[in-house]
Design a protein. Sequence first.
Length: 65
Amino acid sequence: MVGDHVTLEPVEVANNDGFYAVRCKYDGAYDKTNLPDPLIMTNYFRVRDGKIVTLFVVKNNEPKY
């Protein structure tokens, strides 16, 4: 994402014993070719001593029940 202008709008937050999941709407001035609108991705991270020590960003799909 270096050089791109990306904004994240949190839409849902969960804490599982210090492992956080934050679903965000991604937007901004970047190439959105073949991306869904809105682009929702989940940021999974763990914090230690006030710093992010683990980070995963995943594009989850809604379950189709």
